[in-house]
Design a protein around this ligand. Structure first.
Ligand code: B12
Length: 161
């Protein structure tokens, strides 16, 4: 889903959030070809009343950086389930935080982040230290991860108002 990014005049973040809607860039990591996780999350976020720019599976890091600049989203949501989230997800947040204009952009990650499903060491604290604002592993419970994400979205909306 790559392509040229159109730099048209856009409403400011404040103008968009006053309209009741946040913008989310939804992506995966370069190694991950799973796509139904992205479809499900797009529907979930849209059902909450927000706009989603879904970059699809096997998302390249440069595309996430380019789209974050073009869309100026309220949050980037990284979804990954192939087990390499702790490695590829670490690379993505390190690259984003190295860009001065994206250093404070809210970015969260969730899904099946480790290689062995429920038996992995929880990578949450490591990913948070690298710069993620929220980490939502489904290893313990998908419901808990989604509830945590919903609470994060609600708090983001509150901050944007
Ligand atoms: C379909 C499938 C595939 C298809 C994908 C087709 C496609 N284009 O989508 C194919 C066959 C290509 C595939 C390949 C592989 N797969 Co696969 N695959 C699956 C399977 C059976 C279903 C995934 C699915 O569509 N689920 C439906 C969606 C809606 O659910 P979900 O993905 O879990 O997403 C939800 C939650 O995880 C959560 N969530 C996800 N992201 C985020 C983010 C946030 C912020 C939040 C809050 C929540 C959240 O919310 C989502 C919506 O409810 C799962 C097993 C399973 N039952 O989950 C394995 C599975 C994901 N695959 C697995 C593996 C290992 C692989 C391969 C490495 C296998 C191999 N050796 O080649 C490759 C990797 C390919 C790659 N490069 O990524 C493992 C991952 C292990 C782990 N992480 O613990 C699983 C879990 C199977 C297993 N039990 O071992 N796979």
């Amino acid at each position: 889903m790559s392509g040229s990014v159109v730099k048209a005049a856009q409403p400011s973040r404040g103008e968009r959030s006053r309209a009741g809607s946040l913008t989310f860039v939804l992506c995966s990591v370069p190694s991950d070809s799973h796509m139904w996780n992205l479809v499900a999350l797009q529907l979930l976020i849209e059902e909450m009343g927000h706009r989603v720019v879904n970059l699809g599976a096997c998302t390249s890091v440069p595309l996430v950086i380019e789209t974050s600049r073009a869309e100026r989203p309220h949050c980037v949501v990284v979804s990954t389930v192939n087990g390499l989230g702790c490695i590829d997800g670490a690379g993505l947040i390190t690259a984003l935080r190295a860009e001065p204009d994206l250093a404070t952009l809210p970015v969260v990650i969730g899904g099946k982040l480790g290689l062995r499903g429920t038996s992995d060491t929880d990578p949450t604290s490591e990913l948070r230290q690298l710069g993620y604002d929220g980490v939502f592993p489904v290893a313990e419970s998908a419901e808990k991860a989604l509830a945590g994400f919903r609470a994060f979205v609600a708090a983001t909306l509150e901050r944007a108002r």
